[in-house]
Design a binder for this molecule. Structure first.
Ligand code: BES
Ligand code: ZN
Ligand code: ZN
Length: 495
């Protein structure tokens, strides 16, 4: 979908549909949409009066061939209370407009907001919402069943907001790239295929991509990662994507983005039940988010170096597979007793975190579909955010807020470490039943320290079980927008 900025009056927009975001009537009962009401000869006022349309967030009403306007259809989309308007609400409203119309044979869409002219941030949010709403996870459907898609979206705004359209496009397309990777089935997206996709993305975006193979991983002594990989015929890889700012030298800040990429998680010998196992193709969503973030950052050019480190394996119960009770030695030298082969994410991430520090990353963020326990704790609404430093987590949470991605701080007190005791080795890879998301994070902390680090458990938020008015069900691409916002706000001169 190509987004374009358009600065004419709404009545002149010649599109299959024009969507306008309208708000709830204010306390004085004054109905919004005055300008559009005049244009349409009182139509909008009628809809408010009959309560057919109230402006409630994400509600819609469709009008065909509105008088006084060039557009073929006029879609009213609720923006909620005007006084509570956020970019997040506009992003969702734009996505809702696209999804309400894309199967109705529409190919071009205009997007406008009632009231005084929209800000740059709002133009960016509208652009993002439209592109995200246009995505459909139906890559392998044959043509007859495929759903429609918009080719063009015209965002109504001032000329000065042109660059915000570009920004929104870069970010949303990167998020959709991440979603399409996560949607790929395990047979078609193996660790090596993921690496190939990263290389291809890097070529197009202008990023340096390096892929370490099994031999190189053995040389680096990544015993925890290799132990997980050994049960599969598919060889493991470590994908490293580098962004180096053109203007900055000797940056004090170097962001490391570490993402879990288990292309399929059967659980290994501690095998998972058959029910819902097919969903474990999304166990590479952390790595997918980091690749998406890097794609956007290549276009947006932050001032600090950013390196993505993505360990990728398939977790299978083959005849060579690691057994419960096996002991492996991590790259950092710590030994781990693998009590449960299904707790594989923390094993591959431990080596990746160590390696990211070795590559010079000063600040770390990891994203992983790490535990079922985070879904019990936070459901499908918030990402769980664990950290070893409050200041660094607060910066990440501020970015999450700005990007409209819900994340919630989780505890990581030393007491939780008491669960991580092994008789035979330095650490077991699991704790007790209780606080499973926290003990998983506590395990990772041993390898991230002393670098400022945030761990995001995205097991509950990387996959949408039911579609939203503004987003298809399936992969969400969660994290991409937050990581981009964070990287763009970092400064080379300060930590
Ligand atoms: N990939 C899973 C976590 C997961 C569960 C992601 C549900 C998405 C939805 C992870 O590798 C795993 O299996 N974790 C185990 C850990 C346990 C053995 C301590 C879990 O959460 O059950
Ligand atoms: Zn697992
Ligand atoms: Zn897993």
């Amino acid at each position: 979908m190509t987004p374009k900025l358009i600065s004419t009056s709404p009545e002149n927009i010649d599109a299959d549909a024009l969507a306008i975001v309208l708000f709830e009537a204010d306390a004085k009962g004054k109905r919004p949409g005055g300008r559009y009401n005049d244009l349409t000869g009182g139509l909008i006022s009628d809809l408010y009066a009959s309560k057919e349309f109230t402006g409630k967030l994400l509600s819609t009403a469709l009008i065909h061939r509105p008088a006084g306007m060039k557009t073929r259809r006029l879609l009213l989309v609720g923006g909620g209370k005007a006084s509570e308007l956020t970019p997040a609400a506009l992003r969702q409203a734009a996505g809702t407009a696209v999804r309400a119309l894309k199967d109705k044979g529409c190919r071009s869409l205009g997007l406008a907001v009632d009231g005084p002219s929209v800000s740059g941030d709002q133009v960016q949010a509208l652009t993002e919402g439209a592109i995200l709403g246009n995505y459909e996870p139906d890559a392998y459907k044959t043509s007859t069943e495929k759903s429609g898609a918009f080719q063009e979206v015209l965002v109504l705004g001032r000329k000065s907001t042109q660059k915000n359209v570009g920004r929104g496009k870069a970010i949303a397309e990167a998020q959709n790239f991440s979603r399409s990777l996560v949607n790929e089935p395990g047979n078609l997206l193996t660790p090596q295929k993921l690496a190939a996709a990263a290389v291809e993305m890097g070529k197009k975006a202008g990023l340096q991509v390096e892929v370490l193979d099994r031999k190189q991983l053995e040389k680096l002594k990544m015993g925890a990662l290799l132990g997980v990989a050994i049960g599969s015929a598919e060889p493991p890889v470590m994908i490293i994507v580098r962004y180096q700012p053109k203007k900055t030298r000797n940056s004090k800040m170097h962001l490391g983005l570490v993402g879990k990429a288990v292309t399929f998680d059967t659980g290994g010998i501690s095998i998972k039940p058959a029910d819902n196992m097919e969903k474990m193709k999304y166990d590479m969503a952390g790595g997918g988010a980091m690749l998406g973030a890097m794609m956007a950052l290549a276009a947006l050019e932050p001032a600090v170096p950013v390196t993505a480190v993505i360990p990728s394996v398939e977790n299978m119960p083959g005849s060579r597979a690691q057994r419960p009770g096996d002991v492996v030695t991590t790259m950092a030298g710590q030994t781990v007793e693998v009590l449960n082969t299904d707790a594989e994410g923390r094993l591959i991430l431990s080596d990746a975190l160590t390696y990211a520090k070795q590559l010079g990353c000063t600040h770390l963020v990891d994203a992983a579909t790490l535990t079922g326990a985070i879904v019990v704790a936070l459901g499908h609404v918030h990402v769980g955010a664990f950290a070893n430093q409050d200041a660094w987590r607060n910066r990440l949470l501020a970015s999450a807020n700005a990007a409209g991605e819900k994340m919630w701080p989780m505890p990581l007190d030393e007491e939780y470490k008491e669960q991580l005791k092994s008789i035979i080795a330095d650490l077991p890879n699991i704790g007790t039943r209780w606080g499973g998301a926290i003990t998983a994070a506590m395990f990772l902390k041993q390898f991230a320290d002393p670098a400022p680090w945030v761990h995001l458990d995205i097991a509950g938020t990387a996959w949408l079980e039911e579609s939203k008015p503004y987003m298809a069900k399936g992969p969400t691409g969660v994290g991409v927008r937050t990581f981009v916002d964070l990287a763009m706000k970092l400064k080379p001169g300060s930590r």
